[in-house]
Design a protein around this ligand. Structure first.
Ligand code: GLP
Length: 239
């Protein structure tokens, strides 16, 4: 695991973007797994900037995403599909057909999870898996628990995650109670895992994930077992 400490979110985004630029120079049709939340926004902004300068081309890029809320229509501004469209896909020359997220509106959620797993297997190993970290150590929506799932599954969100994510919704009641998330084996099926962490509030959970014991009670700690993880740590201050 390599850990870069940076001074600001902007620097975090710029450093993270260099991995995508290098990867796209090697392979135009790279396969990326993207993440949502406020943390990756500086990366997406930087990728858009580089795209506008003609330095990256997304025309052949294929993407999957870590997770999606259950029960939010794709048109709902809080769905992760809307988030990705707004923050990245609508701003660059990616083909929407090449962007895949779990189907949060499926009638049969378990079947939709199995279909998503099958899609991930069909697409193969991700070139870069992007991750943020929840306040409780969750990655994707793999919440702390006695056991973790290997494959995509429907998860009941913890109260602390619902409370943390309520800042994007009109009220806490509107936050979906369930989500679909890639499982741990699927997150691990990547040549490079890029973990972005910003804000002082995440310092301790990141420290526990990197230096503490590997435990399902802090899902991010399992990243210690992956051979190629880069952490870009902007937790020194809130800027
Ligand atoms: C959500 C997402 C995670 C993300 C986390 C942290 O729960 N499912 O993928 O890492 O929020 O979000 P933020 O970056 O806004 O702190």
């Amino acid at each position: 695991m390599i850990r870069f400490k940076v001074k600001s979110k902007k620097e975090m985004g710029e450093l993270a973007a260099t991995y995508y630029v290098r990867q796209l120079e090697k392979k135009k049709d790279s396969l990326f797994a993207f993440a949502t939340g406020s943390t990756p926004i500086p990366l997406y902004d930087e990728l858009v900037r580089l795209y506008n300068e003609g330095k990256v081309d997304f025309s052949e890029v294929r993407t999957v995403n870590l997770d999606e809320y259950v029960g939010l229509d794709v048109k709902n501004e809080n769905s992760y599909r809307s988030f990705m469209d707004k923050n990245l896909f609508d701003r660059v020359n990616i083909k929407k057909d090449n962007t895949v997220l779990p189907d949060g509106m499926a009638e049969d959620v378990d079947k939709a999870c199995a279909l998503y797993s099958a899609k991930l297997a069909e697409l193969g190993t991700r070139d870069i898996q992007l991750l943020g970290i929840g306040n409780n150590g969750h990655i994707g929506f793999n919440e702390p628990s006695d056991g973790l799932s290997a494959r995509t599954f429907a998860v009941t969100l913890t109260e602390s995650t619902i409370a943390a994510n309520s800042r994007f919704f009109a009220s806490q009641d509107e936050v979906p109670k369930k989500a679909m998330t890639m499982g741990m084996a699927e997150i691990f099926d990547a040549k490079l895992i890029l973990l972005l962490v910003s804000g002082k509030a995440k310092h301790d959970v990141l420290d526990a994930a990197i230096n503490g014991p590997v435990t399902t009670q802090n899902p991010a700690s399992l990243l210690q077992l992956h051979p190629n993880v880069v952490v870009i740590d902007a937790t020194e201050n809130d800027e």
